[in-house]
Write a protein that binds this ligand. Structure first.
Ligand code: GAL
Length: 634
């Protein structure tokens, strides 16, 4: 970790020194001219509704001193914006945006829909979501709404429309955050009926659905759409995957309901985003990102310290949602309040995280939050000023970041990340593994990181993208655990190899089809012929077992697949040492050259030694060609 961070700092320093000559001073212009925003923004979540208006200016003055140029406002303020049905009060928000602008601070407006007011949930109790056990959520927390409920959608659209009409052409409003961290599903009868309709639209006939889900098993056969239940966690794998796809589509339409009305009433220069949660897998983020202008996420370490590989991978994942620069919409000012131990990041670590984000393609880093509400569920959370409204020790570090961002902004403007290596990631595969881990220690994100970490150490940058994305720009494409492989993705991968790319499939790849059913061929299913080999049998491991071969030696843990090379051109790269008898001396990794391309299959979850062992000649070549600096090319 230290090595990676040092390399990172070296790169940043080189970048900053190299660009020093190009720097031009940034000046925010007066309200009468079009305001100019810096290319990289430092921001904070600010809740003016929680404080007397007489306090606002003091806070904004301190923010300005810290180099903050953006406040994110409003995402929980519905009861203030609409104190009774149809009576909107947005004047205070107008005054807050205007007060911020006088300090050179832009605003991002949140739609307040994660927190419906008490009058609303009292009048329309049907908008409250239902837990799986049939209980309704109650007022008093957040995210207590039902994402599929038509009445809730009508009410959220109205409030979003009011705000958009009022601020959609305000030059100090940079953009929009719809809702906040989509997460909670609802299992009420109305949502279930929508799910059944969704299934009908997808499968067309019950015969088709019954066949795709193999419902002859355990007498699951459905004779009517209304018989199909909601299952989560344990159930028919085809049904489980369909529910998650329905949830993803429902979040997308929930979002589009507000997005359309904002779009219709705002300047196209204002972006529309939502704040996502890194590796959170509650819905398919590729589905939900489709209608957005910008991907943004909330970057929290929680307990412990910054791990550049884990956190860097989450940045790269988020960048992959729109395949362009992204925002860190929230990050921790030192500590959080929700981890098992809410330790603070060390002195300097908040700054490291900020530059880490920029290096991975973030254009904004924004702290949650400026100041803790005096009451409410998050009193202990880290903040930039204390309960007395004066700076806490971290303030100086934030100020340093503000100064550095301002200096680096002109040079970073217009740059983006370019990668020659991609990791493929799919929610379908992660869910499929999660539902049937087969080894309770198996973690699909851990598997991705086990490839990301050693690759990141030898490459300038990695992209994390879905398996159907265009792949031509990459020298190497790695699919750590592509458990569910659709025909479309299989075609994309085969074409990539045939056109000269190098594809590495990791353990558990291509076991399932698009309905989470088992492929009728052994792994890697439709890619068996290209590989000239296959998986004969998989084994969950109790204890690590030795692996050795052309990449050096290490250990396989948790999972081992016995491979066979069938084609005369397929080479064995690694073999298992002594273990359960079945695996002893058998192939653990195989590879086949296909024209100028290559396909490799690694059947074992290798430990760090095995993963980072002596690279092959192609890796060394790749390493030599890599730009040693982190500068983002124009
Ligand atoms: C985020 C959330 C914020 C705040 C923060 C605390 O997940 O969006 O509103 O609760 O966590 O860490």
């Amino acid at each position: 970790m230290y090595k990676i961070r040092r390399q990172f700092w070296l790169s940043v320093t080189v970048c900053i020194v190299a660009i020093a000559g190009l720097m031009i001073p940034f000046a925010l212009q007066s309200e009468t001219t079009t305001p100019v925003r810096p290319a990289i923004l430092l921001g904070t979540a600010w809740y003016p509704e929680q404080w007397p208006e007489s306090r606002w200016d003091a806070d904004l003055t301190l923010m300005q001193q810290a180099g903050i140029h953006m406040v994110r406002v409003g995402e929980f303020a519905w009861s203030r914006m609409e104190p009774s049905e149809g009576h909107y009060d947005l004047d205070w928000l107008d005054r807050a945006i205007s007060a911020a602008s006088k300090h050179g601070i832009f605003t991002v407006l949140g739609t307040p829909t994660p927190t419906p007011p008490a009058w609303l949930t009292q009048k329309y109790p049907e908008v409250l979501r239902m837990y799986e056990d049939g209980r309704r959520a109650e007022h008093g927390n957040r995210q207590h709404f039902n994402f599929a409920n038509p009445k809730y959608r009508e009410l959220t659209r109205k409030i979003a429309e009011q705000i958009a009409k009022r601020f959609g052409h305000n030059a100090y409003v940079l953009g929009w955050q719809i809702d906040n961290e989509y997460a909670e599903e609802s299992y009420d009868p109305q949502t279930k009926a929508q799910f059944q309709q969704w299934l009908k639209a997808r499968y067309g006939t019950l015969d088709n659905l019954n066949a795709r889900w193999t419902t002859a098993y355990w007498s699951q056969t459905y004779f009517d759409w209304s018989q199909i239940p909601i299952q989560t966690g344990y159930g028919n794998p085809g049904l489980l995957l369909s529910w998650k796809r329905f949830v993803s589509d429902t979040w997308r339409s929930y979002q589009k309901n507000q997005l359309d009305v904002i779009r219709a009433n705002s300047d196209p220069k204002q972006f529309i985003a939502t704040n996502m949660m890194g590796w959170f897998d509650g819905y398919d983020h590729y589905t939900v990102s489709q209608d957005l202008d910008l991907a943004a996420w909330d970057d929290y370490v929680g307990k412990g310290h910054l791990d550049p590989a884990v956190n860097g991978a989450a940045h790269d994942l988020t960048r992959g949602f729109k395949r362009k620069n992204f925002w860190v919409m929230e990050t921790q000012p030192g500590s959080v309040n929700w981890a098992p131990i809410n330790n603070s990041l060390d002195k300097g670590e908040v700054r490291a995280m900020a530059w880490h984000a920029i290096g991975h393609g973030a254009d904004t880093v924004s702290y949650w939050q400026w100041r803790s509400a005096l009451n409410g569920q998050e009193q202990y959370h880290g903040a930039i000023v204390g309960t007395d409204g004066t700076p806490v020790p971290l303030f100086a570090e934030v100020q340093q970041i503000g100064t550095e961002f301002a200096k680096a902004s002109p040079a970073v403007a217009g740059t983006s990340v370019r990668s020659e290596v991609a990791i493929l990631h799919s929610y379908d595969s992660r869910w499929a593994i999660q539902w049937q881990k087969h080894n309770r220690e198996y973690d699909a994100v851990g598997e991705i990181i086990s490839y990301y970490r050693p690759l990141r150490a030898v490459s300038q940058s990695l992209d994390i993208i879905p398996p159907t994305a265009p792949l031509d720009q990459y020298k190497l494409v790695v699919a750590p655990g592509l458990n569910v492989l659709s025909n479309e993705a299989a075609k994309n991968l085969a074409q990539y190899v045939r056109q000269g790319g190098h594809l590495v499939l990791g353990q558990r790849s291509a076991m399932k089809d698009d309905d989470n059913g088992l492929q009728t061929e052994r792994q890697p299913g439709p890619l068996v012929e290209l590989l000239g080999g296959r998986v004969e049998q998989y084994y969950a491991l109790l204890d690590p077992i030795p692996v050795q071969g052309q990449f050096g030696s290490g250990q396989a843990r948790l999972w081992a697949e016995l491979l066979i090379a069938k084609d005369s051109n397929t080479e064995v790269l690694e073999t298992y040492g002594k273990s359960n008898g079945w695996l002893d001396g058998q192939p653990a990794a195989i590879t086949r050259q296909v024209g100028k391309g290559r396909i490799t299959y690694i059947g074992a979850w290798l430990d760090e030694a095995g993963m980072s062992a002596e690279p092959s000649s192609s890796w060394s070549t790749f390493q030599r060609q890599s730009n040693p600096f982190h500068c983002r090319p124009k």
